[in-house]
Write a protein that binds this ligand. Structure first.
Ligand code: UT7
Length: 329
């Protein structure tokens, strides 16, 4: 009998720019204050990618770190899947550019757009490539240069977002490690509450769209908050139930870092104590597709072989989901 192939994570790489944007810095730009930002979101500072650089400049170092850690040549990578809403350009894809920059000469790749759930969508996609048996080494990345689409005169959105990226290497495994299950959801009716109006085929860039600030994130915080609390908690609970697990069986929850209050609600619903929840929102803010792999990057040294880990996200689209992993090293 042939053994089932799973996609195990065998290395993690990450990158955040040096430049910090603190709550004190934001107090000088918009009418806000450190106390409000901390208590309403949990964020203290974010990283900002300065200069004429794009998301590929965040993801390329993360990919290079993976190759170095795992001791493999760039030519060994078969495919690269990137979750992002801030590609360097509309085309070619950021994956295409990263393959070039990191020397992944034998890889094909593509970008996948699912906003804050981008990494989960990309991970499930990348895992399927491995599970099919056709590919041996696939890199899945999530990253965003959110500062490129943030309106720094809008105090309700500019305080949340930051820049950063991270990536994981997936390799075929026959011992039951890696991506075990995933529930992914979408609801396009949520578009009205969180989107970027212009720059696509519907409203191409024009002097009018620029003047109307339509190339920035538009977010209605409250409806998104409510949908996120319900969506992330429901899907995480469903994932546990479907796999006959309880909070006690879970070593770590890796939640999308959008708002500490959303994260706390999800952990409570799963019956998890807060010491099992990865939280780095205070240092990086919301890096959209970057948050979940950046947590794995920060916590890598604490993870143990066999740990059950739940990744959970909610974001623009609406898109949301949860993935169950068994850590492989
Ligand atoms: O990752 C993608 C998905 N996105 C999310 O999950 C984000 C979900 N939403 C949120 O995290 C929260 O809704 C926000 C952090 C965006 C906003 O927090 P909130 O608790 O929902 O605040 P609010 O929009 O209801 O505003 C409450 C008050 C308002 O003042 P009044 O009308 O009560 O006088 C706002 O004008 O807070 C005011 N406010 C601020 N005050 C100081 C809004 N932004 C700020 C600010 N500083 N930056």
């Amino acid at each position: 009998m042939t053994q089932k192939i799973t996609a195990a994570i065998t290395a993690v790489g990450g990158f955040v720019p040096e430049e910090k944007l603190t709550n004190a810095d934001l107090e000088k730009i918009v009418d806000t204050n450190d106390e409000w930002i901390r208590t309403r979101t949990g964020i203290e500072e974010r990283r900002i990618l300065k200069g004429e650089k794009g998301t590929s400049d965040l993801i390329t170092p993360a990919v290079q770190q993976i190759l170095k850690k795992r001791g493999i040549a760039p030519e060994e990578i078969d495919a690269l899947v990137i979750g992002t809403v801030t590609p360097d350009m509309m085309f070619p894809s950021t994956a295409n550019l990263v393959c070039h920059k990191a020397g992944l000469k034998n890889a094909w790749g593509f970008d996948l757009l699912a906003a804050c759930s981008g990494f989960l969508y990309a991970l499930t996609t990348g895992a399927s490539l491995i599970e099919s048996g056709r590919y041996k080494k696939v890199i899945v990345a999530g990253g965003d240069k959110m500062s490129s689409i943030v309106d720094y005169s809008d105090r309700t959105t500019c305080i949340i977002f930051g820049d950063g990226a991270a990536a994981v290497l997936l390799e075929a495994n026959t011992e039951g490690y890696g991506v075990l299950d995933s529930i992914l959801k979408s609801d396009g009716s949520g578009c009205q509450h969180l989107h970027m109006k212009a720059g696509g085929s519907l409203r191409p860039a024009s002097a009018e769209t620029v003047a109307n600030k339509e190339h920035f994130i538009y977010q209605e915080g409250q409806p998104v908050f409510k949908a996120a609390v319900k969506g992330m908690a429901d899907v995480s609970a469903e994932l546990l139930e479907r796999n006959k697990l309880t909070g006690d069986d879970i070593a770590w929850l890796v939640p999308h870092q959008a708002n500490k209050r959303i994260i706390d609600a999800t952990a409570d619903r799963m019956g998890l104590t807060h010491d099992k929840v990865m939280l780095n929102i205070m240092r990086y803010g919301n890096t959209t597709a970057g948050t979940i792999p950046l947590c794995l990057w920060d916590w890598e040294s604490k993870l143990k072989k066999g740990d059950n880990i739940v990744l959970a996200a909610f974001g623009g689209g609406f898109t949301w989901g949860a993935t169950l992993l068994k850590w492989g090293y």
